[in-house]
Design a protein around this ligand. Sequence first.
Ligand code: SF4
Length: 621
Amino acid sequence: MWTTATSDTKHVTDYFLRRVTIDLEREDIRQEAIACQDLDDFLGGIARSFQLLAHYEVQDAFAPTAPLIMNLGVFSGTDLMTGLRIFFSAYSPLKIANNGRPLAMWSCASDKFGTKVLAAGVNEVIFLGRAQRPVYLLIHRDDTEGLTLSLEDASDLLGKTTHEKILQLADRHPDSHVAALGPTGEHWQQNFYAAIACSTVNQLHSRDCKPRFAGRGGMGSIMGSKNLIAIVAQAPDVHRGKLPPALLEANKEISRGPGSRNYRDPDKGNGNGGTWRNVAGLHPIGALPEMNFRPQGNDKPVVLYRKSLESNSHYFIKDESCFKCGISCHKNIYAAEEENGRRKPGKFFTKFDYEPLDLLTINLGIYDQQQALEIVELVDQLGFDSISLGVTLGYIMEYNQRHPQQPIGDGLSFGDFHGACRVIQRTAAGQLPEVGRGVKRLSEQLGETAYAMHCKGLELPAYLPETNPGYPFAIAGGHMSMRTFLLLVFDGKTDMDYWVDAITNPNRGVYYMRDDILGLCKFAGAPDKVIEPVFKELYGVEITREDLVHATQRTYLRGLLLERQQGTTVDDYVLPARVYERNPNVQLPHFITPEFWHELRQRVLQAFEAQIETYGLREAT
Ligand code: SF4
């Protein structure tokens, strides 16, 4: 963003952003400078894309007229640590209302792709139409020509994995970063949860498969439906010189403060080891999803604790990071090698994060270290959302356990690693649409919905739904957009007032979306008090915590109104019915009864209704 205002103190409306609108069908590319109208425009990310989505009438997520919006938050691509996020927003083919209409959704990814988009001078791209040939968008900036955008032939990329496409394009366009589909996104008619893989500095340097994914909600399927196979951002890095004091202070807090502690390793300011720690944390209390979200009460998951792989001499675990991030939350696993009596990393296997690890292994009854490495890597290469895929496969395995005479999904059963890999490959190739279209459609088709783990069609992340009644109110998945997961573990509260407040209080559950506006990583846990002076330092604007709370709540409520606009009713806000059955292996209070749920839902929706009135949003949408 830029401004022509010269005074030290500026207003958000002094700023302009560059929007590019691309009609893929006509190969027409239009650039415009947009003046920020208000705080939400200025902050960007989903605060802006949700306002844009309200202008589109979308009945079919794959209709050429449906937009795919790629944009940045106010801190994306800046020197504020973890300010790396790029957002993809659209009406999702996967997240749907009971009437079948697509619902608004976003997904985002870190590392340097967003930084390169900003370096090229672009803040937002709206993709419309469907290209008549497979194309990739080249966003290019250099000192002589300035910014140029072109659609390039992508036919030689088809059939390649996420990693292969990224390397091929990065080699072809030096000093670039890349967002690309895998085969899953190319078969979008059959696959509704394809991810968009964004290249990382580490990946391009090491040539190991280490992209970051905008995974949730099928943003890669939408991109595939537009015949847009990849996006390349090629621009020289921006060197801004010595960091000013508030920025330095904020970066220190982000890299070593308490907010990011859970994601760091012990040698980095006494960290707790990353998301992988959840396997060892949740398993002993029976809160780890196993065999389609049914904790089994045995020791089998122990083999996939981090300490179990650490004590296996075959593996070397190394914490690595996104571009310039001091948290280093990536736990990358390599074959261990010996050199001069010292262990060192050899061949790269994959990265373990809690969600893909649990949902592609333990949730499928697979308890083997090498198999875990292989299945996680396979899913990354093919470009699936690992959460949606793992949940759908878990459902199929339970269905087959219940119906051994009429199995589905190639007869998959719990623990069948080779069968699961085969189904994954066939699904990516578009051969198993019943798997690729997600668990809501599959379970409704089969007439067995009670154990289909989704809300509004979006498969649940790896936290048991009987521990989180906030799930149905999340706009973009329960571990990304509503901070009510794990509350039962930490607070142990089961009373109605506590949960209504956790979901509706603007300072609690919904405030988790703040970083989806600003462009920061949620793992940074950046306190508002360190961000406030950075606004002043970088942009000359005064923005307070209160402003951020209101902007976040407004954006949430806009998301809710976008759902209403598509025809959701109270019946769209439901939990999987199995939450009402108590699993004796879950060592947490069982408190969600049908009565509890119905009263909670009524109070939550009433509270949001009142907030919509207070913010005056109904008229605006
Ligand atoms: S915390 Fe992890 S995901 Fe977030 S920016 Fe840092 S390395 Fe990337």
